[in-house]
Ligand binder design. Structure first.
Ligand code: MN
Length: 245
């Protein structure tokens, strides 16, 4: 096994625990990354709560969401969300699917999620809304079939965040670090949009501000700073901060 792959497994496991530690993931949801050397594969844990995931839990899947090596461990039923996005979007290197409590009111009401402060601009200029009923009628709302994942990937289109009716959100990134930044700050933005609305009229950033602020925040400096912050918060929560690894 290459050290590249070992490092990737560590990082994807850490991203799961980190985003869980920030309250966006809970018992459910998942973070994946594209395989570091084989773009036709991605890395994802077996089915367990993100906060618990360790490097050794990470399995390899093809972009058709088939296991590369058979295992007794049960994969997530919603892995097709990830596989179909990797298939449709060669520029996407990492994906997070979650049911964050601040995002859900938008998924339930259909009110548009909009960037209302600078860090929220990283959600992207458009956040499409995907309704599984349009193509599939009544379902469990779980995205478990390849054609459902492909439909969601089409709804995402060239954007970075897609809302899923009465279910949650799926977020894409050009790196694991960018993905963590976008996922966490889009969830923060959702909470602030709701809070600000209770005070009165809320106008979002305009299109130019969204582009400018989004690009500014996604520079390597801010992205690395935020990753380090959430990573140390995770180490503190896990009791490993300041201890030799
Ligand atoms: Mn889900």
């Amino acid at each position: 096994m290459s050290s590249n792959l070992d490092e990737a497994r560590e990082q994807v496991a850490r991203a799961n625990r980190m985003i869980a530690n920030e309250g966006v993931l809970d018992a459910f949801g998942h973070v994946t990354m594209r395989h570091p050397t084989d773009p036709g594969r991605y890395l994802m844990s077996y089915s367990r709560a993100p906060e618990l995931i360790q490097a050794e839990d990470i399995l390899e899947f093809t972009v058709d969401s088939d296991l590369v090596t058979p295992t007794d461990r049960r994969p997530y039923s919603e892995r097709v969300i990830h596989g179909e996005i990797y298939k449709a979007r060669p520029d996407v290197m990492a994906v997070c699917h979650h049911h964050d409590a601040s995002i859900l009111p938008f998924c339930i009401s259909g009110v548009e999620l909009k960037p209302v402060y600078h860090l929220g601009a990283t959600m992207g200029e458009q956040v499409p809304f995907w309704d599984a009923r349009d193509a599939f009628g009544d379902t469990t709302l779980i995205v478990g079939k390849p054609e459902e994942g492909a439909s969601l990937a089409r709804a995402l289109g060239p954007n970075w965040t897609v809302l899923m009716r009465r279910h949650g959100a799926t977020v894409a990134g050009r790196s694991l670090q960018e993905l963590a930044f976008r996922t966490i700050y889009t969830a923060r933005n959702a909470a602030m949009q709701i809070q600000a609305h209770s005070l009165g009229h809320v106008s979002p950033l305009n299109a130019a501000e969204t582009t400018l602020a989004g690009n500014f925040n996604l520079q390597p400096g801010p992205v690395a700073r935020a990753w380090e912050y959430w990573s140390v918060r995770l180490d503190k929560a896990e009791g490993t901060w300041g201890k030799a690894k």
